[in-house]
Design a protein around this ligand. Structure first.
Ligand SMILES: *[C@@H]1O[C@H](CO)[C@@H](O)[C@H](O)[C@H]1NC(C)=O
Ligand SMILES: *[C@@H]1O[C@H](CO)[C@@H](O)[C@H](O)[C@H]1NC(C)=O
Ligand SMILES: *[C@@H]1O[C@H](CO)[C@@H](O)[C@H](O)[C@H]1NC(C)=O
Length: 437
């Protein structure tokens, strides 16, 4: 017990220490490269970020978050010798992004010069007490404290563009912050995004609502955080060479109840083919591989699913409790072509990172109603795609890989020249803000 808490304190301390060190030595670049791109990081009181980390083992209904704070939010390494694979918890994107934006070349300490103002508020971590904890009955208050800070401490920064130039990361689905203020007691979620005072800011979330206004969805962080270009290139070679010994893979849980839904259909189809027709295909390709991730067992254990994903041509990405899935991005990292069952899973979400008009070039969409109610077999659809077409799609998936990954902080120069998920998110934020005039 004592040793655990020492490790925790050290982790938090080094995190905080690094941030202070870096902010005080902000990088200055040639002004012209930064025209229209300057970002000011708002200094917030510690209760909005680092204090929330010091209680990492006290959050209700989540695992102990403390181990996952390591390496600036990337989590513990999967193996002692790796520099690129981590047991990453997606909720910690708020830390990962904070650490990475400190490397952004156009930071300015002067808010008047900035096109955008970043709020390093760990909104998703703070929301846990409203979602699952003692503040469940006051979830309409989420954001009040932040708002009073913004309107009282140098209020001209917040007011000069009515909040239009402010942005933050909220590393959960936007549904968790969209409880209408008028619903009392709350059904689910806080009301952060429903407060009129925050209508103008931009929130980067892991999933957006059907009619998003403030938020833009960004990729879930996977376990892959390469540190150098040669490492990324050798991974891509491995992905290209990998023998795909199964047609399709489902890594996930659910689908065990008797009510018809897409997860249940997938489970039935996968168990049926593996039991009744294992050797019918001449090349001994398994039709379906199934990695059971029930009860969260895959959550911090990428080894369980990355290898099967490398060995499968297609990865099935059915909606679950919400339409989006982290596994969409794990699969892309493994060069496994995603199969979607509704547009809300990715096409209508990640427009900045996965271009909507190119979706059919790197993914397959099969309407879930066709599978659940009209007897369409997923394997039949996928087997009907010609081999050359599958190879072309896999190449397009590999092209998408750098765009959806979060490279490690402090990566080599070569890798920094390739835009990753953070770079693309920052470009998107700047463009969204400037389009508002
Ligand atoms: C929240 O309100 C409900 C209904 O009024 C009550 O049953 C519950 O105990 C309250 N929870 C907390 C943590 O105060
Ligand atoms: C949001 O921006 C609009 C102008 O684009 C402005 O009229 C409105 O007052 C702003 N809302 C808040 C709460 O500042
Ligand atoms: C299971 O396989 C058999 C034989 O291939 C097929 O007739 C049946 O429709 C399949 N059932 C499901 C649920 O896919």
């Amino acid at each position: 017990m004592a040793s655990t808490s020492t490790v925790t304190t050290l982790t938090i301390f080094s995190f905080v220490f690094f941030i202070e060190l870096t902010v005080s030595q902000q990088i200055s670049t040639v002004d012209s490269e930064c025209t229209g791109r300057w970002i000011h990081i708002r200094t917030l009181p510690s209760r909005f970020n680092r204090d929330l980390l010091s209680t990492c083992n006290h959050y209700p209904l989540t695992d102990d978050l403390c181990p996952y704070l390591a390496n600036h939010g990337l989590g513990p390494k999967t193996h002692t010798r790796t520099r690129s694979w981590y047991r990453t918890d997606p909720l910690l994107l708020e830390l990962i992004f904070h650490r990475r934006i400190l490397e952004y070349p156009c930071l300015t300490p002067d808010p008047n010069l900035a096109s955008a103002v970043y709020l390093p508020y760990y909104a998703g971590i703070d929301s846990l007490r409203y979602l699952y904890g003692s503040d469940v009955n006051s979830s309409a208050d989420h954001g009040s404290d932040l708002l009073s800070f913004l309107t009282q401490d140098s209020p001209e920064i917040w007011s000069r563009r009515s909040g239009h130039d402010h942005f933050l990361v909220m590393a959960r689905p936007a549904w968790d912050f969209s409880q209408p203020l008028t619903v009392d007691p709350p059904i689910w979620g806080t009301s952060f995004l429903e407060r009129p005072e925050f209508f103008n800011l931009t929130a980067l979330t892991l999933e957006s609502r059907f009619w998003p206004w403030q938020e833009q969805a960004v990729p879930y962080p996977t376990s892959f955080h390469p540190h150098s270009l040669p490492f990324l290139e050798s991974w891509i070679r491995r992905v290209r060479r990998s023998r795909r010994t199964s047609l399709m893979l489902f890594a996930g849980g659910g689908g065990t109840s008797s009510t018809p839904n897409i997860r249940r259909s997938i489970r039935l189809e996968c168990t049926n083919v593996t039991e009744t027709e294992p050797e019918t295909l001449s090349e001994k390709i398994k039709t379906c591989d199934f990695v059971d991730c029930s009860n969260g067992i895959c959550e911090h254990d990428p080894i369980r699913f990355m290898r099967p994903m490398l060995q499968s041509s297609f990865c099935l990405q059915p909606p679950g409790d919400t339409p989006t899935r982290k596994a969409t991005f794990d699969g892309i990292i493994a060069g496994c072509i995603p199969v979607f069952f509704e547009d809300q899973t990715a096409k209508m979400q990640y427009g900045w990172h996965l271009p909507e008009e190119e979706f059919s070039e790197f993914s397959v969409t099969i309407a879930k109603e066709d599978v659940v109610f009209r007897g369409v077999r997923i394997a039949d659809v996928l087997m009907s795609i010609p081999k050359e077409e599958v190879a072309r799609m896999r190449e397009r998936v590999i092209e998408m890989m750098p765009r959806v990954m979060y490279r490690r902080h402090g990566a080599s120069m070569g890798l920094m020249n390739k835009k990753d998920a953070v770079d693309i998110a920052i470009d998107g934020v700047l463009q969204k803000i400037s389009s508002r005039g």
